[in-house]
Design a protein around this ligand. Sequence first.
Ligand SMILES: *Cc1c(COP(=O)(O)O)cnc(C)c1O
Length: 393
Amino acid sequence: MAGRHFLQIPGPTNVPDRVLRAMDYPTMDHRGPAFGALGSKALEGLRSVFATKGRVVIYPASGTGAWEAALVNTLSPGDHVLMYETGHFASLWKTLAERLDLKPEFIESDWRFGVDANVVEDRLRADTDKAIKAVCVVHNETSTGCASRIEDVRAAIDAAGHDALLMVDTISSLASIDYRHDDWGVDVTVAGSQKGLMLPPGLSFNAVSEKALTASKTAGLKRSYWSWDEMAGPNETGYFPYTPATNLLYGLVEAIDMLHEEGLENVFARHQRHGEAARRAVQAWGLEVFCNNPAHYSGSLTAVLMPEGHSADAFRKTTLEHFDMSLGNGLSKIADKVFRIGHLGDFNDLMLSATLSGVEMGLELSGVPYQRGGVLAALDYLSARDQVSVAAE
Ligand SMILES: *Cc1c(COP(=O)(O)O)cnc(C)c1O
């Protein structure tokens, strides 16, 4: 296939050339004198992305590792944790918690909505003996395209007068959807490198509040590789207790520079704008956006419901074979029923336009009933908005 592959899954995302070049260095001595500056820069830069003044921990691991780290550092065997079934990823985190001998109380829910903070508040109010030690929610549920309002979850915990820790998975929202670890009183934020941060897979992160650090002093779950304590000493001078993913750290520092050059507020606005354009296309095609609550629409991906009797996977196979474009699949209970358009990371108007063109041509070739004009609706939105901002100057 000539030209670039279109990697339009909601992570891993496209890695910008600048980041690729930043990693193209000989591997360095991770205990040598030059390494500390790189490690410190990476740790310091990440704080700005999480919007925290507190500690950040970097693991050479996928996001799943940082999920485990969040739990094993703060909790004890048999602890109750309140989790919310927003979709596939929330369900995986719950399974992970069960395997660690925690007792997840799972709020079962319609995958077409994000977290209803009132339900969280009611559950916490009913927990009069304070058995629940943590509330764990996924910020942006990558399987459904619903983004929950974390500030509302914080408010629910406060309104219930509960002291549970708040843990949030931002693996597909950090650096693409507005997020504030400190302002929203989050105790552990979990993130990964390969989505909004525009890096290859291989790094994951915990941002940690003082309250979570205190909890870690008495938490009874066994931990070694994931131990925040082990990291603390070496991290002070930019070093790690074991071999860090050195070349990914070069990339991380470059990606954070790029985010600040654009400005995080602008990065968030760009993602919201692309989400809106994608949804306008879906609507014009006469298809349904999977997320059913406009307050929960995601800026980083759009999941699209296939019409009854049509296979989302067959459609995705067509877009891959004919247009060399990868779209996200439906996961677990919505397998083959939805496809997902990733519009996060290193992404611009023309990449979105081309992606939507591939979807529209794929619908035509697959014999899916749809109306033409989705791409046009997106272009109208993107160009009208530009004219408005140009006119305002
Ligand atoms: C991608 C993703 C994960 C899984 O991360 P891995 O890096 O594959 O371990 C978990 N949660 C969310 C919300 C995700 O988008």
